[in-house]
Design a protein around this ligand. Sequence first.
Ligand code: ADP
Ligand code: NI
Length: 215
Amino acid sequence: MQEIIDATELFVKQELAGAEGGHDWWHIYRVWQQSRHIASKEQVDMLVVELAALLHDIADSKFHNGDEQVGPAKAEAFLQTQPVPQHIIDHVVSIIKHISFKGGHNNGGFYSPELAVVQDADRLDALGAVGIARAFNYGGFKNRALYDPAITPQLNMTKEEYKHSAAPTINHFYEKLLLLKDRMNTETGKMLAEERHAFMEAYLAQFYKEWNGEV
Ligand code: ADP
Ligand code: NI
């Protein structure tokens, strides 16, 4: 089992060489470690959790013209080169297809305790100090403003509208990041999300004070 994990780690590192800072190998590393942590308190198949965490962002649709098939297909092709039973491959690929929070609460009909763990770990990486860093990094990558008091956050945007929105990065906190704590699956995930949420609230309060020259 360890050989399979090691080979997967190597494959993912190679595939993600040169990726944007918020979606690079270190995002995968953090989600992998956090998945192991959360999984240690759940009844799950650790091989499925580790493989899904390692392979979950192998080809993000944002960077492949919106094509959501590339990632799962690449993951499946790789796993077939490894001594992994087909039912495990199928499970890992289903997790990769359904992990993204873009669809909101609805996971398109697929659910498993292993998906719950990896999805929580992926969501946690969008929160807290690291989540803030990733948001501004992504905003910079897209050449977005940090903040614009005249552009108010839009809730309930469709997926397409959201993708084409040029809203400042601060809006992303209200449109997505601050909503995540209520969507966690596991008890460990909920607890960690509460902490990171509180940290982001404090960060935003300080941000506005600095913006207005109050501190
Ligand atoms: P995932 O890759 O986990 O499915 P996303 O691709 O939506 O999730 O987001 C990955 C990271 O990029 C997160 O940290 C998220 O906050 C950040 N991000 C996504 N969209 C935006 C945006 N419009 N503005 C700022 N950050 C964003
Ligand atoms: Ni991810």
